[in-house]
Write a protein that binds this ligand. Structure first.
Ligand SMILES: C[S@@+](CC[C@H](N)C(=O)[O-])C[C@H]1O[C@@H](n2cnc3c(N)ncnc32)[C@H](O)[C@@H]1O
Length: 198
């Protein structure tokens, strides 16, 4: 391990070797292997896509006939593919009707959105939940029938209510903590499987 870089670990070294843009890819990979969220030809929306490892993974999983749209405040300049489109924007101010018209229905909507952490657990949990709620509203507007939704959220009291809300729209819900989540992190991933609307 490089001296002085407390964040470097097995997953970040492996990500460099395997040419992924971030170690976060292993979280998605683990969840996708277990739940088969993405298939060949799928149209996927990747919320909070910068620096781009999830989009890289999704482009591989969906293949050439698939289509990946990424949205973030920051442009993932190293993700390049004919079937990748980047939308620069703030999830809090994006017009969902515009997004529906612009990119059409999605087979899955994935969100790795995370707020800049302040260190104050309660504040961070609330900000993360606000992002998750916006991601859920977008998923509900864009998912096709039986599509899937994956969403990062920081653990806290309110997560129960979020899962409860998900259960009204999806055939099944799960809370998953992939092995690549750092020790001590409050991150978990909520899954809504088989969208019942659309
Ligand atoms: C953990 S990173 C995502 C990593 C990404 N999944 C990857 O594999 O490369 C979280 C992202 O959420 C984005 N984000 C945070 N708040 C946002 C907002 N209000 N609107 C859009 N993106 C936001 C950040 O810019 C950041 O790039």
């Amino acid at each position: 391990m490089k001296k002085g870089n407390k964040w470097e670990d097995h997953y970040s070294r492996r990500a460099k070797q395997e040419k992924w843009l971030a170690r976060s890819v292993y979280k998605l990979q683990e969840i996708d292997k277990r739940y088969r969220l993405v298939r060949r030809g799928d149209r996927v929306l990747d919320l909070g896509c910068y620096p781009g490892s999830w989009s890289q993974y999704l482009l591989k999983a969906a293949g050439k006939r698939g289509q990946v749209v990424g949205l973030d405040l920051l442009e993932p300049i190293h993700v390049r593919a004919a079937n990748f489109r980047f939308i620069k924007g703030d999830i809090h101010s994006i017009d969902i009707r515009w997004l529906v018209e612009e990119i059409g229905p999605r087979d899955s909507v994935l969100s790795d959105l995370a707020p800049k952490t302040t260190g104050a657990r309660a504040t961070d949990a609330i900000r993360s939940l606000e992002l998750a709620e916006k991601a859920m509203a977008i998923a509900i507007a864009l998912l096709r029938h039986q599509g899937h939704f994956l969403c990062k959220v920081f653990e806290g009291e309110e997560v129960k209510g979020f899962r409860e809300a998900l259960s009204h729209y999806f055939g099944d819900t799960r809370a998953v903590r992939p092995a690549a989540v750092r020790k001590g992190s409050k991150e978990i991933y909520m899954l809504g499987l088989r969208f019942e609307g659309g």
